[in-house]
Design a protein around this ligand. Structure first.
Ligand SMILES: O=C(O)CCC(=O)C(=O)O
Ligand SMILES: [Fe+2]
Length: 333
C-alpha cells in the first residue's frame, strides 16, 4: 500500500549543509532545512536524509561486505564472538539477542570506532573490537565506511544544534566524551506470514542513530498506537533521536519506539552508526531548555552507565512487561 505524506517519515535533503561557501542563498536554504529538522524531531523523532555526504559507493560496498560476512557458516562467524570483559556492549558477533525475554531473529556484528580522545585514562572501547578474517577486505571496507559515516554524523549533529537555536558545535562538543558504535545487522527471512520479531521494540539510548538499509522493508516506528514502516529509499540514511538527546533538550526532541520485523522472503541488512555518550558521562537537561527559559528539568542528572545497566534489564523482562527506559529518570512533578 502506498504511504501518504502523513504516515511517512519526513525526507530531508541536506545538500545545503554540504556547501563549503555559505552565501545568502545557501543560508536561506539551510534555514528551510533546519525548520524541517525541527518539525521531524518534535513530531516524529525520526527523519530520513538524502544528500548526506556519505559516498554511496562506500555504502554499497559496506552492505555487500556485511552480506558476505553473514553468509558464512555460523562456526566461522562465531570466531569473532565477544572477548571476555567486553562491556558495556559486547563487541563482536552475537546471534542470541533478546528483547523482553523473546529471542530476536537477527544476527549482529558490533564495533566501537577508535575514539580520538588523547586522555589515556579514558577507557578505549575499541580495544575490544574483534575483526573477522573473512571476507579478507572486511576491515578496510568497514573502516572506510565508518570514517565517512562519522563525518556525516558530525554534520548532522551540527545541524541538529542549529535547529535547536544552539551554537553549531554545542551538541558535538557535549559529545566530545562520546563513543561511536557501529552495528551491522542481518535479519533472516522468516518464511512466515505476519509479524516476527527481528528486533523487539525499543528506544535508542545515545544521541543520534543513522541507519543504512538494503532494499528490504522491516524497520518500523511507533506513532501514536500505529506501527509505521519506514520504506527503504536507496542511498538514504534513516535517522532517529536517542534518549540522551531527549534528555539534553528536556524532552523537546523525542526518542521514539521502534522495532524490526523479518521479511517473509528476503534477507534484510542494516548498518547502524550511533554517536553515544561514554559510560562515565554525566547526562542532564541543558540549561538552554530549563533555567534559561524558566522551565524545570524533567530528568535528574545521571551517569550514562547507570542508565545502560537498567536498559539491560529489558532484555530479561517478561513479554509485555513495562519497558525500563528513560522515563525512569524523570523527575515527578
Ligand atoms: O536494523 C535496523 O534497521 C535498526 C536497528 C536498531 O534499531 C538498533 O540497532 O537499535
Ligand atoms: Fe534502535
Amino acid at each position: 500500500m502506498q504511504q501518504t505524506q502523513e504516515d511517512a517519515v519526513p525526507i530531508i535533503d541536506m545538500a545545503p549543509f554540504l556547501e563549503t561557501n555559505c552565501n545568502e542563498v545557501i543560508s536561506a536554504k539551510r534555514k528551510v532545512v533546519l525548520q524541517e529538522l525541527r518539525n521531524a524531531c518534535e513530531e516524529w523523532g525520526f527523519f530520513t536524509v538524502i544528500n548526506h555526504g556519505l559516498n554511496l559507493q562506500f555504502l554499497e560496498k559496506a552492505l555487500k561486505v556485511s552480506e558476505d560476512f553473514f553468509g558464512l557458516p555460523v562456526e566461522e562467524k562465531l570466531k569473532v564472538k565477544p572477548a571476555p570483559g567486553s562491556t558495556p556492549y559486547p563487541a563482536g558477533f552475537n546471534n542470541e539477542n533478546r528483547t523482553q525475554g523473546i529471542h530476536d531473529r537477527k544476527e549482529l556484528l558490533y564495533f566501537f570506532l577508535d575514539d580520538s580522545s588523547t586522555d589515556v585514562s579514558q577507557q578505549r572501547y575499541s580495544m575490544y573490537n574483534v575483526w573477522p578474517e573473512n571476507p579478507p577486505h572486511f576491515r578496510s571496507v568497514i573502516n572506510e565506511f565508518t570514517r565517512h559515516a562519522e563525518g556525516t554524523s558530525k554534520m548532522l549533529l551540527r545541524a541538529l544544534s542549529e535547529s535547536l537555536g544552539l551554537p553549531s558545535n554545542l551538541i558535538y562538543d557535549l559529545s566530545q566524551e562520546n563513543i561511536n558504535m557501529f552495528l551491522m545487522n542481518y535479519y533472516p527471512p522468516s518464511g512466515l506470514e505476519g509479524h516476527t520479531q527481528g528486533l523487539g521494540h525499543h528506544k535508542d539510548g545515545g544521541i543520534l542513530t543513522m541507519v543504512a538499509q538494503n532494499n528490504v522493508a522491516g524497520y518500523q516506528l511507533l506513532k501514536g498506537d500505529k506501527w509505521i514502516t519506514i520504506e527503504p529509499l536507496e542511498g538514504a540514511l534513516v535517522c532517529n533521536i536517542g534518549d540522551t538527546l531527549q534528555v539534553w533538550t528536556n524532552g523537546r526532541y523525542k526518542s521514539v519506539m521502534h522495532r524490526v520485523c523479518n521479511h517473509k522472503d528476503h534477507k534484510r541488512f542494516s548498518l547502524a552508526f550511533m554517536p553515544t555518550p561514554s559510560a562515565s558521562a554525566q547526562i542532564a537537561p541543558l540549561s538552554n531548555f530549563t533555567s534559561d527559559i524558566g522551565n524545570f528539568p524533567k530528568y535528574r542528572t545521571f551517569e550514562y552507565m547507570e542508565y545502560l545497566k537498567l536498559r539491560f534489564k529489558n532484555k530479561l523482562l517478561a513479554p509485555n512487561a513495562k519497558d525500563i527506559g528513560i522515563d525512569d529518570f524523570r523527575i515527578c512533578a
